[in-house]
Design a protein around this ligand. Structure first.
Ligand SMILES: Nc1ncnc2c1ncn2[C@@H]1O[C@H](COP(=O)(O)OP(=O)(O)O)[C@@H](O)[C@H]1O
Ligand SMILES: [Mg+2]
Length: 331
């Protein structure tokens, strides 16, 4: 019997549209011989499957779906929600309570890694470099004076729990700071202000399925914008992704080893992507963030990395779903 898979997409963040695209890619690519896929859209309290213009609501008591006189219970969930409530661990926690296998990392890992400040603190404690930073809640304490007393311009101002560079600004001089803080607080109730790390932007994907780890080729991101912002991420003309990154072998090894190390230490599951900046000046690799629900749109990096490894998207999705089911059965 084919496994019934709920692909959850949408969510309640600035990445809603990207998630809908990622979910669509999963639905259109998933192996139809093995799986019967249902795209479940989640927006606020509205959780539904849509067919022929009609919406069928999910029963949240057990995540079942009444459709065509049948109650569908899903064998697994494919999480394609970037941001809340997928990547930040809320849905993973719900599926854990219902014992429904889910392709993403568990609730604790997702919650930790989605909080850039908390994640940076933990990653730094393991000896990995992170940019100098300050974190603020929206309580009026993020003043220019305080920030410039301990951080050196240029700065990056970001929502602490965000993605796709939404609400993020590079601040080159003090006069731009207040506006950047406002923009970031419009996305999140806490912000992270980091020192800008000049260097090359490198990213590395790691996949684990049934305890078998595959580290994808390192990719260099060359943005035509001032940084890898939202536009550059989703307009192919505005950035170039070079696979494999044209970097010395020792740096490639360092990035792959750091990614595999962090994957294990953070207890990640499925496929995740680590973002770094390599500063040539002081020959240091800086960790920027980890994406536990990386983009799966046609412009996204993970599908390109997998292809470079000789893994088709369909194979990747099968590996992720089979791993989620295997992990649940193992416990
Ligand atoms: N401290 C920094 N130094 C240099 N560039 C940065 C820094 N922080 C972020 N960036 C740039 O902003 C982009 C998005 O930042 P990131 O922390 O990865 O957030 P997101 O979750 O939105 O992808 C990065 O890909 C990089 O181009
Ligand atoms: Mg990023």
């Amino acid at each position: 019997m084919k496994k019934k898979i709920a692909i959850v997409a949408g969510g309640d963040s600035g990445e809603y549209g990207i998630s809908i695209k990622s979910g669509g890619v999963v639905r259109n690519t998933i192996d139809p011989e093995k799986f019967e896929a249902f795209l479940i859209q989640i927006k606020g309290k509205d959780w539904y499957y849509e067919k022929d213009g009609q919406k069928y609501q999910i029963n949240k008591n057990d995540f079942s779906l009444n459709f065509e006189n049948e109650t569908i219970r899903f064998d697994a969930v494919f999480c394609a929600i970037h941001g809340t409530p997928g990547e930040n661990g809320k849905l993973p926690a719900y599926f854990e309570m219902l014992s429904i296998p889910c392709t993403s990392s568990d609730s604790i890992t997702s919650a930790l890694t989605f909080n850039k400040n908390f994640c940076n603190r933990v990653v730094a404690s393991w000896g990995v470099n992170v940019a100098n930073s300050l974190q603020f809640y929206n309580d009026g304490t993020a003043t220019q004076q305080k920030i410039l007393a301990s951080l050196t311009l240029p700065l990056f101002v970001k929502p602490n729990c965000g993605g796709s560079s939404v609400g993020m600004s590079k601040v080159n001089n003090a006069e731009e700071l207040d506006a950047a803080i406002k923009i970031a607080f419009a996305e999140d109730s806490q912000i992270l202000i980091e020192e800008y790390v000049p260097g090359r932007e490198l990213t590395c994907g790691v996949l684990q399925s049934k305890n078998q780890m595959t580290v994808f080729p390192v990719v260099e991101v060359v943005s035509k914008k001032e940084f890898f912002d939202y536009e550059a991420k989703y307009n192919p003309a505005l950035s170039e992704e070079i696979i494999p990154a044209p970097i010395p072998t020792n740096l490639e090894i360092k990035i792959k080893e750091t990614s595999a190390f962090l994957y294990k230490k953070l207890n990640c599951k499925g496929v995740v992507r680590f973002d770094y900046i390599y500063s040539a000046k002081n020959r240091k690799l800086f960790f920027l963030e980890v994406n536990t629900v990386p983009g799966l749109t046609t412009e996204s990096i993970v599908p390109k990395m997998a292809r470079e490894m000789g893994i088709s998207l369909q194979e990747l999705f099968t590996l992720l779903i089979e791993d989620a089911i295997w992990r649940m059965e193992k416990n």
